[in-house]
Design a protein around this ligand. Structure first.
Ligand code: 5BU
Length: 283
């Protein structure tokens, strides 16, 4: 039986993870004692910056949807570039990484333009982004070529499954996504998955590289209680996601952003997710 990545500490994985972005993230998680990713799903850029300044100490990763932000409505006429530069400064100040939840889903040539250019220039400021595997390996090759030209660690997560009810991921789709991720051509770029439980990993699963593989699993659909949002989102608790199902990073949006006291609630998520991890690696 191969051993499971989920029994290893973040610290030990930070020494051996095959991607530079993964090593950096695992180091931050281990040093800050937080496996919490804040999904900052707000549309006002000034509110986002204010909230991130407060919540920065609680998180290892900030997840953005840059295309939901209303830059034209801002009172301080924040431009996209000045906004992303400010986010990067906050990431530096509070030691977290930035993940643009772009869910690329086109042919390699098109995603290169979407990742590098357009109005958002995602590759220039987002440490991590994600992609659907549905177009086939060309999407990864295209994104990797852009990432290689940046000069800073850049990581990619593939969507193996989604948190929403009735999504078509998981099962055979997930197996085929895992097989795609294992190609050694992008061993230093594909850092993990969006999934609902541990994927691959452990000794004996060494792909083509001859070393142990280690995919970081990030999981949305996390709440303090089990439930849903009426539009398909399904919530599970940190204990289920991290403790029982072996996921590495919990992604929380409205549970924190919509709370009366986001800092206090973020601390509850951080603590419960961290304790679930500690319990998992002890066993
Ligand atoms: P929530 O407010 O905690 O439900 O927000 C979850 C966030 O994660 C939101 O930004 C979604 O777009 C994102 N998400 C998700 O909910 N489920 C998925 O499978 C993926 C992303 Br991929």
């Amino acid at each position: 039986m191969p051993s499971s990545t989920s029994t290893l500490t973040y610290e030990s994985r930070s020494q051996t993870h095959p991607t530079a972005a993964g090593r950096k993230l695992l180091q931050i998680i281990s040093q800050k004692r937080t496996n919490l990713c804040l999904s900052i799903d707000h549309t006002d850029p000034d509110k986002i910056l204010t909230l991130v300044q407060k919540l920065g100490p609680k998180i290892c990763l900030l997840k953005t949807h840059i295309d939901i932000i209303s830059f034209s409505s801002t009172t301080t006429s924040t431009t996209i570039k000045s906004f992303t530069t400010k986010l990067q400064a906050l990431a530096q100040e509070h030691t977290f990484m930035i993940f643009e939840d772009r869910k690329f889903a086109d042919i390699g040539s098109t995603v290169q333009h979407q990742y590098r250019g357009g109005v958002y220039e995602i590759a220039s400021w987002a440490d991590i982004t994600n992609a659907h595997s549905i177009p086939g390996p060309g999407i990864i090759r295209g994104l990797k070529e852009v990432a290689d030209g940046i000069g800073e660690p850049r990581g990619l997560l593939l969507l193996a499954e989604m948190s929403s009810k009735g999504n078509l991921g998981g099962g055979e789709y997930q197996e085929r996504t895992l097989a795609m991720a294992r190609n050694k051509e992008w061993r230093g770029f594909v850092m993990g998955f969006i999934a609902m439980k541990e994927v691959g990993g452990g000794s004996g699963n060494d792909g083509e590289g001859g070393e142990e593989e280690d995919f970081i699993v990030m999981t949305p659909g996390v709440g303090l209680q089990v439930g849903g949002d009426g539009l398909g989102q399904q919530y599970r608790t940190p204990e289920e996601v991290v403790g029982r199902d072996g996921c590495d990073v919990v992604i929380v949006g409205r549970g924190i952003v919509g709370a009366d006291d986001p800092v206090a609630v973020a601390e509850v998520y951080r603590e419960r997710s961290w304790e679930a991890y500690e319990g998992r690696v002890k066993n």
